[in-house]
Design a protein around this ligand. Structure first.
Ligand code: 2M8
Length: 455
């Protein structure tokens, strides 16, 4: 029996309270016991629906981890030891740019902060919002400047990622295709050749909490770790890594979110009467134009691009819909994406939107970022649909997303085939975005009433 809307609201708030560590919220006390960058962005958006001041604290605490060059790391560690890729794995102190008082990872994640700031400020009184936004302004600008200086050295407009962890969609097929063809340590190749991957599995901690068939494979997990260790070996010198690494990606997820974040930054500038440094503004415009280079006319989709070869990685994933969230694409492309979203053999599954289309060889309804439906990507697609005026499609997806949680619970992800929950339960962004989607549905209903013709 699905829970009612009001019962689920109470439970969602209880999940966030349980996972609250005072100044920030852990995604899951068991599986992810630290602070993550884009998780805190989504969590703040959910918190802002009923506790905007707590949302402000959530966002501010992300900047504890900001590196001297402006980078926001994807994880800020506390002293919990049961995360297998913790401070000892990262050793952020290898870089002189890392903060001294807190251990962090050494890569970023999709740039949610400006988006979360704007969404939160919208739910605050104007004087409080001003104070909050003004306080964070230099740090926010510093982060966006870092993205361009460090990750777009040739000035093409598209940010280059070093690792799929930076995209947030850890084992997404386009990256896995690239890494499959990349160089790997000889011991990993031998292990694969002799079918001994299960031995690697014993070194993992994530599978203590979630069955192995719902996570990335052992081989994928160790490829990901290996790639991070390569960067660590270079003491997180990004210039060196850009020169030497072959696996560099102009990532569609990251760049689409970057455009949305840039647009939020522009809105924030207007609210607090600040101006964006001219060079940054110019790069922001370039990203919007350059995103179109990731479009493939034949298949009618957007893709990631291999930075080294300049070739699109023609491996489908739901990232193709995120240019809707960016809001910068033309209406004809938006229309084609909306049509694709409804295709019942690929994305239009009973519990949408799957992270990978059913037609893909990678598709698995319960394996992490290779098939399941996630609430954060649904939220971005919903916002994208609204930006292009697809209100009926957005409302339908809101209802489907809420029903998923009401029926299955606060799981990390859900089967797009039968709606079952997988991954860890009581997952923070599922709870937070449930609350956000309830608020969004109310707002849309109100707008409909207010704009209806008077009889
Ligand atoms: C997952 O990623 C972490 C590594 O960052 C992991 O697998 O341990 C991803 O789903 C990522 O998007 C998310 O931010 C993180 C915490 O929820 O978990």
């Amino acid at each position: 029996m699905p829970a009612t809307n009001s019962q689920t609201i109470v439970r969602a708030k209880a999940v966030l309270a349980q996972n609250d560590r005072g100044d920030y919220t852990v995604p899951s006390p068991q599986l992810y016991p630290h602070q993550w960058l884009w998780d805190s962005g989504f969590i703040a958006i959910g918190l802002s629906t009923y506790q905007p001041r707590r949302a402000v604290i959530e966002i501010r605490s992300l900047f504890r981890g900001q590196w001297q060059n402006g980078m926001l790391p994807h994880i800020i560690f506390n002293d919990a030891t049961h995360y297998w890729q913790g401070p000892r794995f990262w050793q952020s102190q290898r870089s002189r740019l890392a903060p001294h008082d807190v251990a962090t990872s050494a890569m970023t994640q999709p740039p949610l902060p400006a988006i979360a700031c704007l969404e939160t400020a919208d739910r605050m009184s104007p004087p409080e919002a001003q104070q909050f936004l003004k306080g964070l302004w230099p740090k926010l600008v510093g982060y966006h400047q870092w993205i361009y200086q460090d990750r777009d050295p040739d000035g093409s407009g598209l940010a280059i990622l070093f690792h799929p962890w930076e995209s947030g969609l850890d084992n997404t097929p386009p990256w896995m295709e690239l890494l499959k063809k990349s160089s790997r340590p000889y011991w990993l190749s031998l292990i694969r050749q002799f079918g001994l991957e299960h031995l690697l599995g014993r070194l993992r901690q994530d599978t203590n909490y979630v069955p192995a068939n719902q996570r990335e494979t052992d081989y994928e997990a160790f490829m990901l770790a290996h790639r991070a260790l390569r960067y660590r070996k270079r003491h997180y010198n990004s210039q060196l890594h850009l020169r030497r690494s072959r696996e560099l990606v102009e990532d569609l997820t990251f760049n689409s979110i970057l455009i949305a974040a840039n647009r939020s930054l522009l809105d924030i500038a207007t609210i607090i009467d600040e101006s964006i440094p001219p060079q940054l503004r110019q790069r922001m415009m370039q990203t919007e134009a350059a995103l179109e280079e990731l479009w493939d006319e034949t298949t009618g989709q957007y893709y990631h691009r291999n930075f080294r070869t300049g070739q699109l990685i023609l491996e489908p994933s739901l990232a193709t819909f995120l240019p809707l969230f960016a809001g910068s694409i033309n209406t004809e492309r938006a229309r084609r994406l909306v049509r694709l979203l409804a295709e019942t053999d690929s994305y239009g599954l009973p519990f949408p939107v799957p992270s990978v289309p059913r037609t893909s060889n990678y598709f698995s309804p319960l394996r992490y970022w290779q098939g399941p439906t996630w609430l954060n990507t649904n939220w971005m697609i919903i916002k994208g649909l609204l930006k292009f005026g697809y209100t009926a499609e957005a409302t339908k997806l809101i209802n489907q997303s809420l029903a998923l949680v009401e029926t299955a619970g606060f799981y990390e992800y859900f089967s797009p085939i039968d709606g079952h929950g997988y991954g860890i339960n009581n997952f923070s962004w599922t709870a937070a975005l449930y609350l956000e989607l309830v608020a969004l549905r109310q707002k849309l209903a109100l707008t409909k009433i207010l704009t209806a013709p008077v009889p």
